[in-house]
Ligand binder design. Structure first.
Ligand code: PGA
Length: 253
């Protein structure tokens, strides 16, 4: 049976530690007996304390971003090493909102992925096209560029720590989306990413690397994605802030 990875990206929510604790505690109760999966919660940095000594076998702490250096004069930044010291195992890198609002590009993403790998954590590397790019049939071209640039200089010994996420920007729940991404489209993109990994690394790595889907995943549709052999899990935004909905996603594994 395959092991699934379910990642909660809380983004810049909720507003108080109290609310964060409430969501987390409700979640914890609901996942005590789950098997064959790892749940990663990525709260805002200021809410990491809700995890204090509360790590469980199934729930791991993740971060939504990091800087590409481990320390130094970088005002306002947080290093992968600092996050590791707090118990973080996974770090989201290259989320489309960071590209869109903060100008992150492929070069920055590549540096961040390398910094995360350097200290043996797992980068959760997001890739996906805009609505415009999709309408121009450029999905595969865009994904190929993002993947090759993002993984530039990363060798075979480290690649198995990378987790890829196909997250079409047009399907993210908070964008002005009009359609959901179908399982067929998600699978098509994910198989394409695996084919590229096979060319860049090896066939074995292409089969073993974890590739997730993200974009308006919720309690109703998660099962369809998670049933697919080549989709190893989901990255969940809005629905992960609703403990009941998130538990439904977990139950659908
Ligand atoms: P969504 O967000 O699940 O609310 O669409 C996913 C994401 O942006 O990671």
């Amino acid at each position: 049976m395959k092991k699934s990875l379910i990642v909660a990206n809380w983004k810049m929510n909720p507003q108080t530690l109290r609310e964060a604790k409430k969501i987390f505690n409700s979640l914890k109760k609901g996942v005590r007996n789950v098997k064959n999966m790892e749940i990663v919660i990525c709260p805002p940095f200021t809410q990491f304390s809700i995890f204090n000594s509360q790590f469980s076998k199934n729930i791991k702490l993740g971060a939504q971003d990091c800087f590409w250096k481990q320390g130094g004069a970088y005002t306002g930044e947080i290093s992968p090493q600092m996050l590791k010291n707090l118990g973080v195992k996974y770090i989201i890198v290259g989320h489309s909102e960071r590209k869109n609002f903060l100008g992150e590009n492929d070069e920055i993403i590549n540096k961040k992925i390398k910094a995360v790998l350097e200290i043996n954590l797992h980068p959760i590397f997001c890739l996906g096209e805009t609505k415009e790019e999709k309408n121009k049939n450029q999905t595969f071209k865009v994904l190929e560029k993002q993947l090759r640039e993002g993984l530039k200089g990363i060798n075979k010994t480290k690649i198995n720590r990378v987790i890829l996420v196909y997250e079409p920007i047009w399907a993210i729940s908070t964008t002005e989306k009009t359609v959901d991404c179908s399982v067929q489209d998600a699978l098509g993109a994910i198989l394409f990413l695996r084919k590229l990994i096979s060319q860049m690394f090896s066939k074995k790595i292409a089969q073993e690397i974890l590739v997730l889907y993200g974009g308006n995943v919720n309690g109703k549709n998660a099962k369809e994605f998670l049933n697919e052999k080549w989709i190893n899990g989901v990255l969940v935004g809005a629905a992960s802030l609703n403990a009941e909905d998130f538990k439904k996603i977990i139950k659908s594994v």
